[in-house]
Design a protein around this ligand. Structure first.
Ligand code: SF4
Length: 507
């Protein structure tokens, strides 16, 4: 077998056992990666009956056939499960870093994990061996500290972890890896927490078998060159130029010109005059170094240490989605505050998108008189109150006081408060939207409506529309209208979404 390893592990946390199965029969029908994950989820559990935190829920982790090879940006890794945050239950989240390739190096395509460990546990995978190790000493600790402990304990390994938010079943708890990367959305961290599974540590020393290694390397190098070539195409060169220096926050102004950046809980959109610190200052002055996922020439991630007596912190990121959610949507323009909030979310193991949307929604509820400070235990959450957000974030991550209720996420809190409150929650299928103002971009609106988990820019980002290049639009869909963000041309927009959904399904 080439590309894939041909092996998956079915792990039962309740019993502390695992079986090894052949993945080869699946590859006659599916390429692997996300598609295989979803098929396995439907086969391994009753998705109509099982609830997100039931031990019968299954988490499938999978790497695609290119993972672990020299192909650029091929280190993506997919998790699939019944999710607590979107009411569709569609748990679908994806990450870069190097954990996917490491799984392949250890000789596995896929892990299917079910049951509930009797006590806090982490999985240690070293090539063919899978061990169930006690995580009693890690439970309650933040992601940063646990990452350091596990890297020291298992030198040369890759680590996937949840933080206190996952342990406390915060519905928007994420799964972290590689210090700068998150499986951010739909609440996978809480599903791991419900299984007493603190993390997975992987160490592999095998390679990935390639049919024609020389030809493959030649094509990999060509693709890498193209991605960095300013003459290759506007989309790629622009993305590379901006993202490799400023990360995804560097795209804010570009997409803001089209009206796509949401501001003040989606009441406004476009360019926010006060976002200079969030957009330019972070990439230019704060990032200590750029970081890349496995084999990715774009290296869009950054790491920072903020020296400040009040807000001092260190972490990875922030991404555009983070600066938009905690900055633009909440009208918090101060980079120190946003960097502190980002570091807290990362260490507690929480999705910054849902956290930012939660605060923006609370701010609007305050403004409209739907809630008052009794609801937030004395914290008056007016627009731009970053300090109030910091106080609440700690409570949410640790499940303390009103934080327990807020950890349900804005849609579920709004539902309890009633119709009037729910009006101000900007969500799709119960999960809040990413930083894309879909009323400005008709293709994205259609894509988010069709995606079973709501907004999902990793399952079909219609970039031909974002950059509005007629030649690209015609080439990909046959219609110039597909590239016009304001056009409602039904066939053009349908073909646009279809093209990018198919493209993004490739592993
Ligand atoms: S470094 Fe950035 S562009 Fe490259 S794979 Fe990771 S997230 Fe994607």
């Amino acid at each position: 077998m080439y590309g894939n390893t041909g092996k998956m592990a079915k792990i039962d946390l309740t019993r502390g056992t695992y079986t090894v199965e052949d993945t080869a029969p699946y590859f006659k029908k599916y390429l692997g990666g996300r598609a295989l994950n979803h098929i396995l989820l439907f086969r391994e559990t009753d998705t109509a009956k099982v609830q997100p935190f039931d031990p019968e829920n299954v988490i499938v982790f999978g790497a695609g056939p290119l993972g672990g090879t020299t192909w650029p940006s091929s280190g993506r890794f997919q998790a699939t499960f019944i999710a607590p945050l979107p009411y569709s239950g569609w748990g679908d989240t994806n990450v870069g870093g190097a954990i996917g390739p490491e799984l392949k190096f250890a000789g596995w395509d896929t892990l299917v994990i079910k049951g509930k460990a009797p006590q806090p546990t982490y999985l240690y995978i070293e090539n063919d061996k899978i061990e169930f190790r006690s995580a009693e000493d890690l439970w309650g600790k933040g992601v940063d500290e646990c990452t350091m402990i596990l890297h020291q304990r298992h030198l040369g390994s890759e680590v996937l972890l949840i933080g206190p938010a996952g342990e406390n079943l915060v519905k928007f708890a994420n799964i972290r890896t590689h210090r700068t990367s998150s499986m951010g959305r739909t609440g996978g961290g809480a599903v791991m927490g419900s299984k007493n599974l603190k993390g997975i540590v992987i160490k592999g020393t095998k390679g990935v078998k390639i049919y024609d290694p020389n030809k493959f390397l030649e094509l990999s190098l060509q693709c890498q060159k193209d991605l960095m070539d300013p003459n290759f195409g506007m989309v790629h060169s622009l993305t590379y130029k901006i993202m490799s220096k400023y990360g995804t926050p560097g795209l804010t102004r570009l997409i803001g010109q089209t009206g796509m950046v949401p501001i003040k809980n989606w009441n406004q959109c476009g360019i926010w005059a006060q976002d200079t610190e969030l957009v330019e200052y972070i990439g230019d002055k704060i990032w200590k170094r750029n970081d890349a996922c496995y084999t990715c020439p774009v290296h869009c991630h950054g790491a920072y240490r903020l020296e400040d007596p009040v807000y001092g912190c260190f972490s990875g990121g922030p991404e555009y989605e983070t600066t938009c959610a905690l900055g633009h949507k909440c009208l918090e323009p101060r980079s120190k505050l946003v960097l502190k909030l980002n570091a807290m979310c990362n260490d507690l193991g929480m999705d910054t998108v849902e956290a930012g949307n939660l605060f923006a929604t609370l701010m609007e509820w305050f403004e409209k008189g739907i809630i008052d400070e009794k609801f937030t235990e004395g914290i008056v959450l007016t627009w731009g109150n970053g300090d109030g957000m910091i106080n609440l974030l700690e409570k949410i991550g640790k499940g303390e006081g009103c934080g327990k209720m807020l950890g349900e996420g804005p849609y579920w809190v709004g539902k309890k408060l009633g119709e009037e409150a729910l009006k101000y929650v900007y969500h799709q299928k119960g999960m809040c939207a990413t930083g894309v103002e879909t009323r400005s971009t008709i293709g994205s609106m259609l894509q988010f409506a069709l995606s079973p988990r709501g907004s999902h820019h990793l399952s079909g980002l219609p970039t031909a529309e974002w950059v509005n290049i007629p030649a690209v639009a015609v080439h990909t869909t046959g219609f110039a209208e597909a590239g016009d963000i304001r056009s409602y041309h039904p066939e053009a927009k349908a073909r646009l979404v279809q093209f990018y959904e198919n493209l993004f399904e490739l592993p």
